[in-house]
Structures are given as structure tokens and as C-alpha cells.
Design a protein around this ligand. Structure first.
Ligand code: IMP
Length: 428
């Protein structure tokens, strides 16, 4: 089972770190294929807790090669500070590989991200303010700066100048900000060049060879399906493709090489930032999910919006990603409710709708249709097998599986590394 994609099936923050943990030492390469330091994985190793934003979680497993693929946007200052933070804690980061084709987030991208959000006022996206959108915009506009540009000073100067020509007009004339000097940016970028150089590699070639040799390669998605720029709740999305196809373009690996696509699915739903969210709760149940589930962003520290499980979204994630399995996380958070509502369909303009509507207006009007499932009160954090779960928890999982369209192959029953029930191995 050489190549697997692991991605968020909802709006991100589904607990992907836990799934990576389960695969543990069996993985040879962990590859990030999109996003940047807007992501946030918490990985617990022994009694140590690590919050990673840009680096692939494989950086913490000694036998594993972590890879930042071409589809990722890289803030060099963040990269170096995450690396030195890990080095200070005794983690060896020397195996990291960074695609020379990955685009760089520069200070002008973060500036543009922040001023644009301010300018949008109440229509803002609620971005993480890390410069993600403006960097991808430059990539598509063909005025981006790539990692490889750091090693040709004259090209770098020309490219930064070209990128700033237009941006400075906007910054000064529209946003009333001071223009950014290209010389300063070039100087700052060049200061990172030598430190980054040992990691730069032809990652596409390395990954394809690894797959051909039967190595286990795990593509780790940031954010989630509903934040995908093509398949998510546009415009309230991130600017990349967390969905399975993004792993192919963002790492340079063909779809025929991918064997398994695992969707990480939280037993309820959360979202950070603005945008539609049909099952969102504004009452004490929402507050309870937030508190019990520790629903606060790893990257932004913002409280997450919380709501009941939405099977329409899960079905959609199965469809647009071609999911082969689900990893259901945080089931333990639901312990203690007498009845648990699950959204099985939407009501839109008086009609029952079973599938996620493609129309943004329809989705904004979607009202959840709930089915009530019986809850459980027993502590499930010690459960090791499916049959250890109380009958009602088993029935909840089975119902979700049936509604979501792919088998649930693992269940998270607690925050610790070992608090997972494995039903089918992801590597078989
Ligand atoms: P951006 O990715 O910073 O441009 O933000 C766009 C949207 O994606 C905002 O609603 C963010 O809150 C959301 N977002 C970005 N990264 C994550 C993540 O890792 N988890 C959850 N939401 C995210």
C-alpha cells in the first residue's frame, strides 16, 4: 500500500495528527501538498506536544522523510523558526525536503492579506492573515517567487520588482499604505537562502521513485474539503486544493499512483472563519462541544464555531475525494448527551435536499433536517475494539458510516496517541 492521501473531510481541524500517529513508524515519506503555515497540526509524542503549522507531521518520526511539495506556499521565516524550535527540543530535522518549485510567502503577501481583510469589513473571509491567498494569487498571475529563485540573485531582483510594481500601486492608492521597497525584500529573502539550501530538492522525482520502490508515502492535506478553492464553500475557502486531486498537482504524482484516500471526519462539525455552516449551534450544546472538544484554533487561537454532525457534507467529501475510508475522530466528546442530532439532509426553500447544493445561495438557505440518535454516558476513552464501545456509540458510528458512503476504519476515542480503535488497517 505505497501511496495514501489523508485529508480533512469537513472544514479542517478534524484531528489529522491523530491519524498520522496511527500510521506511526510505517510511513517512509510524509508530504504536504498545499496550503502553508495557515494549517495547524497538534502531534503528541510521549509527554511532548508539538504544534506544527508548516512542517509535515513526519518531521517528528525519526525513520520518516518529511517533504514540502511544490503546491505548498512557504514563508521562509516561519520555516526556519519551526525548524530551530524543533532542533532546540532535540528533534533531528535534517531529512526535510523542500520543492524548489514551491512558492514563497513574502512580507508583502502578509501585508496584502491583512489590509484586504480590513478593507472587506463585514464581508471579510476571516483568513489566518498569513499571506496565503495573495501568494497563491501571485502564483496564478505568474508573478510569484519560487524557492529556486533564491539561488539566482538577478532573477530574484527582477521578479520581486515585477511583483511589487503593481502591488505598490494598490497599497498606496487604494489602501493608503506606504509602498514596499523591493531592495529590502530581496535582501531579506537572500538572508534565508543559504540556510534553506540543504533542504531544496527535486521532490517530484524523489517521490515518484519512492512509490515505484514500494515505499509508503503519505500525502497530508491541510485545511479540509469544504475549504477547497474549487469544491468548498467559495468564497469562504482557502486558496488551494486540500481535496485528493490537490495531492497529485501539489506533489507531482499521478492519480494512478494513489491507492487509498482517507477522510478525517470529526464526530460533530467545526469551522473557523466566516461562511455558511448549516448545523452551527448558538446554544449551550455548541458551547459544550467547544469546551469539551477543546475547539480553539492551533494556528489562530480563535474559538471554532461548533455544530452537530452533517452527513450531507460527509457524503460530499466521499464524492469529491473518492474516499476509500474514514477516520472518525473525537467520538468521546459526544459522551453524555441523551440524544444526539445528526443532520441527514437539508431543507431548502421547502424542499428536502439530500446532496450538497452547488449553488451558494441555496447552501446559505439550507436548514438541517435532523435525525435523533440515542446517546451514551459510559466513558469510552479506554475502548480498544469496536465491541468495547457502548451499544449506542456503536450504533452512532454505524449510522454515520451508512450515511457518509465509505467505511469508518478507525475511531478516535480520546486525545492521547493510543486512544484509537483500529477497525481496518490503512496499510493493508
Ligand atoms: P486562509 O487560508 O488564511 O486564506 O483563510 C481562509 C479560510 O480558511 C478562513 O476561514 C480560515 O479560518 C480557514 N482556514 C485556513 N486554514 C485553516 C485550518 O488549518 N483549519 C481550519 N480553517 C482554516
Amino acid at each position: 500500500m505505497p501511496a495514501l492521501v489523508l485529508l480533512g473531510a469537513q472544514w479542517g481541524d478534524e484531528g489529522k495528527g491523530k491519524a498520522t500517529d496511527l500510521l506511526g513508524g510505517s510511513v517512509d515519506y510524509v508530504v504536504r501538498y498545499q496550503g502553508g503555515n495557515n494549517a495547524g497540526h497538534t502531534v503528541v509524542v510521549g509527554d511532548q506536544k508539538y504544534a506544527l503549522h508548516l512542517l509535515p507531521s513526519g518531521i517528528l518520526s525519526p525513520g520518516c522523510t518529511p517533504v514540502i511539495g511544490n503546491g505548498v506556499v512557504v514563508d521562509p521565516a516561519v520555516l526556519l523558526s519551526e525548524l530551530s524550535g524543533l532542533n532546540d527540543r532535540g528533534v533531528d530535522t535534517s531529512k526535510l525536503l523542500l520543492s524548489g518549485n514551491a512558492h514563497l510567502i513574502t512580507p508583502y503577501h502578509t501585508t496584502v492579506d491583512k489590509v484586504t481583510e480590513r478593507f472587506l469589513g463585514k464581508r471579510k473571509i476571516g483568513t489566518t492573515g498569513r499571506g496565503i491567498g495573495p501568494t497563491y494569487a501571485d502564483k496564478i498571475n505568474r508573478v510569484g517567487i519560487r524557492v529556486q529563485d533564491l539561488y539566482d540573485e538577478s532573477i530574484l531582483e527582477q521578479k520581486v520588482e515585477a511583483a511589487l510594481d503593481f502591488k505598490n500601486q494598490i497599497l498606496a492608492k487604494l489602501y493608503n499604505r506606504r509602498a514596499i521597497e523591493s531592495g529590502k525584500i530581496v535582501e531579506e529573502l537572500l538572508a534565508y537562502a543559504e540556510q534553506i539550501k540543504p533542504y531544496v530538492a527535486d521532490t517530484t522525482l524523489i517521490l515518484n521513485n519512492a512509490i515505484d520502490e514500494g515505499k509508503v508515502v503519505l500525502f497530508e492535506g491541510g485545511q479540509g474539503t469544504l475549504l477547497d478553492v474549487d469544491h468548498g464553500t467559495y468564497p469562504f475557502v482557502t486558496s488551494s486544493n486540500p481535496t485528493a486531486g490537490g495531492a497529485c498537482t501539489g506533489a507531482g504524482v499521478g492519480p494512478t499512483k494513489i491507492n487509498r484516500v482517507i477522510g478525517i471526519l470529526k464526530a460533530y462539525t467545526t469551522r473557523v472563519g466566516a461562511g455558511p455552516f448549516p448545523t452551527e449551534l448558538f446554544d449551550k450544546d455548541g458551547e459544550a462541544l467547544r469546551t469539551i472538544g477543546g475547539e480553539r484554533g492551533v494556528t489562530t487561537g480563535r474559538d471554532r464555531r461548533c455544530g452537530w454532525f452533517d452527513a450531507v457534507i460527509a457524503r460530499y467529501a466521499t464524492r469529491v475525494n473518492g474516499l476509500t475510508d474514514f477516520f472518525l475522530t473525537k467520538l468521546d466528546v459526544l459522551t453524555g448527551w441523551e440524544q444526539i442530532p445528526v443532520c441527514v439532509a437539508y431543507e431548502i426553500d421547502g424542499k428536502r435536499v439530500e446532496e450538497l447544493p452547488y449553488s451558494q445561495s441555496d447552501f446559505h438557505h439550507a436548514k438541517p433536517i435532523y435525525e435523533m440518535l440515542p446517546g451514551w454516558s459510559e466513558d469510552i476513552t479506554k475502548a480498544k475494539t469496536f465491541s468495547d464501545l457502548p451499544k449506542n456509540a456503536q450504533a452512532y458510528v454505524k449510522a454515520l458510516e451508512e450515511m457518509s458512503g465509505a467505511p469508518i476504519s478507525a475511531i478516535g476515542v480520546g486525545p492521547g496517541r493510543t486512544e484509537t480503535i483500529e477497525i481496518n488497517s490503512f496499510l493493508s
